[in-house]
Design a protein around this ligand. Structure first.
Ligand code: HEC
Ligand code: HEC
Length: 239
């Protein structure tokens, strides 16, 4: 009876804790190397968090594109980032889906949006926090990783397009085998890529599934992330 009473009295205080299932052994391990904030951590925040916690929106009154904002002590979940202790940092609990209804980014029914962080990305965040959560002064100089045909585009096209667009028998004489053949274009559309110019690259319309004259439009539609890579590749000069 006494125990029961105690539980009831203590209930409000432990509510937040009860909703959490923090089991450190179930967290992806920190990566075993020195992690660089600008090159590795900031891009994860930017891609997965800033749409809701950046300059435009601050959901949950949390803003993580500035150091002051990112290190907020949350009302209910403790410090968002506790330098030296990733296992006690709320952002890690949230990206590991260990606090009920607080998975970050939150699940979404729109495909390609709000994807869970990978184990490797969580490992990078944990290592950064464990290594002292160093956030350099001043604006972050973003590192733009070049997208190349050999690196990202060719493997993607080999999977999505090569069954119809390879070698001499390529449909519409449009072959995805080399950067040169892609830049050359096909018989009906001619050039579909103008390096450095997104507006003049009709390939983007085709791959967004917005070209109604093309046969098999569903075979030509890429998911948003892959389309974004093709866009980057073209805007960076299609090398
Ligand atoms: C699609 C929008 C969205 C994205 C993307 C998103 N969040 Fe959130 N986040 C929210 C909302 C909404 C809340 C408030 C939820 C609540 O209080 O119930 C929140 C709350 C939080 C809080 C608690 C803040 C506080 O003071 O209570 C933290 C920490 C957080 N998010 C971290 C992250 C991290 C880290 C990422 C990226 C890995 C992320 N979020 C991505 C929508 C988002
Ligand atoms: C299932 C077969 C198929 C797949 C897969 C496919 N396509 Fe096509 N594609 C076609 C056909 C058929 C045409 C029309 C050819 C014609 O006009 O004779 C075409 C036409 C094109 C054209 C216009 C060529 C011209 O005539 O100027 C481009 C560009 C193109 N496809 C790009 C792609 C890309 C990039 C992918 C991969 C994301 C892809 N296609 C996937 C069948 C396919």
């Amino acid at each position: 009876m006494k125990a029961l009473l105690l539980l009831v009295v203590a209930a409000p205080a432990v509510l937040a804790a009860e909703k959490a299932r923090i089991d450190v052994s179930k967290m992806p391990l920190p990566v075993a190397r020195k992690v660089d904030f600008t090159r590795e951590v900031y891009p994860i925040f930017k891609e997965s968090c800033f749409s809701c916690h950046g300059p435009e929106k601050q959901k949950g009154k949390y803003r993580m594109d500035t150091r002051e904002g990112a290190f907020k002590v949350t009302d209910d979940y403790g410090p968002a980032i506790k330098a030296g202790k990733s296992e006690e940092s709320a952002i890690i609990h949230m990206v590991c889906d260990m606090i009920e209804e607080m998975r970050m980014p939150p699940p979404s029914d729109k495909p390609g949006q709000s994807e869970k962080l990978t184990r490797d990305q969580i490992g990078i965040l944990r290592a950064w926090i464990d290594q002292g959560a160093v956030w350099p002064d001043g604006p972050i100089q973003e590192v733009v990783k070049p997208v190349t045909f050999a690196g990202e585009i060719q493997p993607m096209f080999a999977q999505a397009c090569a069954s119809c667009h390879t070698g001499a028998g390529a449909k519409g004489a449009f072959a995805v085998d080399t950067a040169e053949s892609v830049l050359k274009g096909g018989t009906t559309y001619g050039k579909v890529v103008t390096p450095g110019n997104l507006a003049k690259s009709s390939l983007l319309t085709i791959l967004a599934g917005k070209d109604e004259d093309l046969p098999l439009p569903e075979k030509h539609k890429l998911p948003p992330k892959q389309l974004a890579l093709v866009e980057k590749w073209i805007s960076q000069g299609a090398k």
